[in-house]
Design a protein around this ligand. Structure first.
Ligand code: DAH
Length: 332
């Protein structure tokens, strides 16, 4: 038996393990009661008596050396030496807190303004009937006005809703006037994605119906809304427009809050920015929902949440909302 070779073997294995094992395990594996040095002591039994003494001394020296090395390793690891379960000197791992997506923050902001004005928040399904998405809103099959609201077809009679206006229909069928609701939600259109188009986006619909609801009230409510969103200096402008479900219809602009309506690149030098569509609910739409247009009138409006968010924060491209770049999302 070559004891010296075995001793060198154990030493080399110890140094190798020292790189990966915690000192406590190292001690158990080498100098503990069932450690590798103990195994070597067991070999002494077979030696002639005159060799036992010097061999035992070598093994005692080995034990002492490995004890010393274990001690060195222990003291070079401050936290472990102090009996700590972990090393307090290591830098911490900072948690990355998430936050609400800018679109949903804008959605919440819009809803909060209208809730203060007494509007209920209602929801409708994203898969709608063709009837609710089109016909009930006075958009007949084969009529050119249908193009503007074209959508993805699921399976007759279902479509992905192309606006939140069908929630008007559901609400008017379920509730009796007076009705005062907003309906936020996802909508879908077969548009080619570019800086201002996305096949999926969000809208907030508004509806108020009751005896004697007027266009002046629509103007008042929207004026309060834009002042809450963009500040008390903001003004509104109503331009005549067309929607099949309202008569008269108007598109609403706000005075440019970047240049104070003087004209800049954001408002294309016009001083105004378009934010939504609106109008007085068409008598046919009221009738379609069983509401007597001789007794009740109503106003409605619909806005794109992405558009409002882009205008509020100067976001140049709608695709940024769905590309999940942390550098973009962290700004909100
Ligand atoms: N549904 C319209 C759209 O998707 C927006 C709209 C315009 C909604 C006028 C309305 C409204 O309720 O009165 O473009």
């Amino acid at each position: 038996m070559d004891l010296d070779a075995k001793i060198e073997e154990v030493k080399a294995a110890f140094e190798k393990d020292a790189a990966t094992l915690p000192p406590e395990q190292l001690r158990t594996r080498y100098v503990g009661r069932e450690g590798k040095v103990r195994d070597l002591f067991a070999l002494l039994k077979g030696l002639p008596p005159d060799l036992k003494g010097p061999a035992g001394q070598k093994l005692n020296a080995l034990t002492a050396e490995l004890e010393r090395r274990t001690g060195e390793i222990l003291s070079s690891r401050p936290a472990a030496a102090a009996g700590e379960a972990f090393d307090l000197t290591l830098p911490g791992r900072a948690p990355e807190p998430g936050r609400r997506h800018p679109i949903y923050r804008t959605w919440d902001g819009i809803a909060r303004v209208f809730m203060k004005l007494g509007f209920d928040v209602v929801y409708g399904p994203e898969i709608e009937t063709e009837q609710n998405n089109f016909e009930a809103l006075n958009i007949p099959l084969e009529h050119p006005s249908r193009d503007a609201f074209d959508t993805f077809y699921v399976e007759r009679p279902y479509v992905l809703r192309s606006h939140t206006s069908p929630v008007q229909i559901r609400t008017m069928k379920e509730r009796k006037p007076p009705i005062r609701v907003i309906a936020p939600g996802k909508v879908f259109r077969p548009d080619k994605p570019d800086a201002s188009h996305s096949p999926q986006f969000h809208q907030v619909e508004g509806l108020m119906v009751g005896p004697g609801v007027t266009f002046a009230q629509l103007k008042g409510v929207l004026d309060l809304f834009v002042k809450a969103m963009w500040g008390p200096e903001t003004r509104t402008r109503f331009r005549p427009s067309f929607f099949p479900f309202t008569e008269p219809s108007a598109e609403v602009d706000v005075s440019c809050f970047i240049c104070g309506a003087k004209g800049c690149s954001a408002c294309k030098q016009s001083g105004w920015m378009e934010i939504l569509g609106s109008g007085m609910v068409h008598p046919k739409v009221l009738e379609n929902c069983g509401i007597d247009p001789e007794v009740n009138t109503g106003f409605a409006f619909g806005m794109g949440v992405e558009r409002i968010c882009m205008l509020k924060h100067g976001v140049p491209d709608i695709r940024l909302f769905t590309e999940n770049h942390f550098a973009f999302l962290r700004q909100f």
